[in-house]
Design a protein around this ligand. Sequence first.
Ligand code: PEP
Ligand code: MN
Length: 362
Amino acid sequence: MESKIDTTAFSGWGLDVRRPLIIAGPCSAETEEQVLETARRLKKSTPTQIFRAGIWKPRTRPNSFEGVGVKGLKWLKSVKEETGLLTTTEVANAQHVYESLKYGVDMLWIGARTTVNPFTIQEIANALSGVDIPIFIKNPVNPDVDLWIGSIERLQKCGISRIAAVHRGFSSFSESRYRNEPNWQVPIELKRLRPDLPMICDPSHISGRRSLLQEVSQKAMDLNFDGLMIETHPDPDNAWSDARQQITPEQLSELLDHLILRKTDPGTNGVLSKLEELRGEIDRLDRELLNILESRMRVAAGIGQCKKESGITILQPTRWDSIISRYMELGRSKGLSDEFIRTLFMAIHEESINTQTKIMNE
Ligand code: PEP
Ligand code: MN
């Protein structure tokens, strides 16, 4: 890492207050040796402060390894005693909470499949009443900021004062280079609505494969995330869960060495005025874009009127297909990605259809 950057995100957490906070450890606790070896190697070669290991594993399909259960909590205790690392594990019901507290786990995390369910979150929040333990809340599997915030609020109402949000990406049906789509605008929106919460990124579950971890971690740092949760295993290829995305502690060290940490404060050496000039230009172009969009919708209204008078349907599918492919080709020649052009024109088209529908039904 280029340099450590001060952050106040975790003040009150009793942690080293520099960015990024590192949470690392295996997807699942498998054996006592595997857990302890991971912790020792993390301690030796990385700035990890918090050791993670799943004890109860929420698996998408049955007949997969579902975690070692309570006996793994003793191994976490040994990790803490031997290395001094703080420990965290995933809880998905009240029983998990009671067992974890009994064995002295320092912090808890709530998984994506749990955050979606207000009943379960409430059950966990109730089980935690009177115990002000730090909690990491992963985003729900679907990109719903309100649901994420709702879970956070349920815990806060039960007296939890130290909460960090963990961005682990979102399920999607379509083919993607990610295991879980990052949809960065969702955590950015959470940060806008709840600037008081530290934000952690979990590149492992976003990426689903080792080769993307560096890129996703860098992006998180460039978006000002406060920490990273990265799955590490002494022998990743033979991990009992999430083998393709885990890395060794030494590989984590290398990943962190390559991270570039940029400052949030632009400083005074002329950067600010340059930025201001560029932002002014962006604002001017954005206003121009809006004017063009206004004109475009006026033309769409004219088309709607014309279709109404001649009694034809709004949607002319073949025309739409040819427009999109023509514009993607044109966009490519201007260095604009297919994905961007598709999203942009889908939105414009949708608005056009809405405008025309209104006219048809007037
Ligand atoms: C995990 O951290 O191993 C895990 C199951 O995470 P998620 O809830 O993000 O799927
Ligand atoms: Mn995992």
